[in-house]
Ligand binder design. Structure first.
Ligand code: CDP
Length: 209
């Protein structure tokens, strides 16, 4: 990294791979702001559902994306099966992604940032100094998400969580615009057998701290 340039750490990966936990902790360790871009798509999906519209409807979803406000990101209903599915559906629409692009690129422009999502290293910050592609086995990711959902009071089976997650990952990877895939220069970090401390330690080594 050249002296004085802002450090952007781009973290991508499939559902429940540990991106957000790692991103939050890495940002704190580096003294940088953190952006979970999944929240943007979740909040757009929620707005569409609130309006009684279909999350796959480009006009309704783009209207919701353009109207997004900070308060939408603080809602307490952005997680759970309905929010997951709506987020993935609005995220497949190019006009929705375009409406959210400037906000993401401007985030941390003066300070640097840790940003996580699906297309951070490929589309949002292709010049990020550090790119991580965080993954874990499907079974471990499903187990983590199931525990999280149960902790939030959702009565869902592990099998259902794994099936929903697989469907969402497949949709995210197959879409034409900004599909989920590692940037060619991303470093793979498999967290299947790593706890949060071990994942952070590996990421800090990769960042060179
Ligand atoms: O927490 P989890 O990994 O399950 O999902 P998330 O990161 O909150 O993202 C929710 C959904 O938003 C994903 O399934 C993607 O469809 C979409 N997303 C995206 O398309 N691009 C991003 N940069 C972030 C999320």
């Amino acid at each position: 990294m050249t002296p004085g340039s802002r450090l952007i750490v781009a973290i991508d990966g499939p559902a429940a791979s540990g991106k957000a936990t790692l991103g939050r902790r890495l940002a704190a360790a580096l003294g940088l702001p953190y952006l979970d871009t999944g929240l943007l798509y979740r909040a757009v999906g929620r707005r569409v559902l609130d309006a009684g519209d279909d999350p796959s409807d480009p006009i309704a979803a783009t209207r919701a994306a353009r109207a997004l406000a900070a308060a939408d990101l603080a809602r307490d209903d952005l997680r759970g099966p309905a929010a997951d599915a709506a987020a993935s559906r609005v995220a497949a629409l190019p006009a929705v992604r375009a409406a959210l692009l400037d906000f993401q690129r401007a985030f941390g422009r003066t300070t640097g940032a840790v940003v996580d999502g699906r297309d951070i290293g490929t589309v949002i910050f292709p010049d990020a100094q550090v790119k991580l592609f965080v993954t874990a086995s499907p079974e471990e990711r499903a187990r983590r998400r199931w525990l999280e959902l149960r902790g939030r009071g959702f009565d869902v089976s592990l099998a259902r969580v794994q099936a929903d997650m697989q469907a969402r990952d497949e949709a995210d990877a197959a879409r034409a615009t900004a599909p989920l895939r590692p940037a060619p220069d991303a470093v793979l970090l498999d967290t299947t057998t790593l706890d949060a401390d071990a994942a952070l330690a590996q990421a800090l080594t990769l960042v060179g701290r």
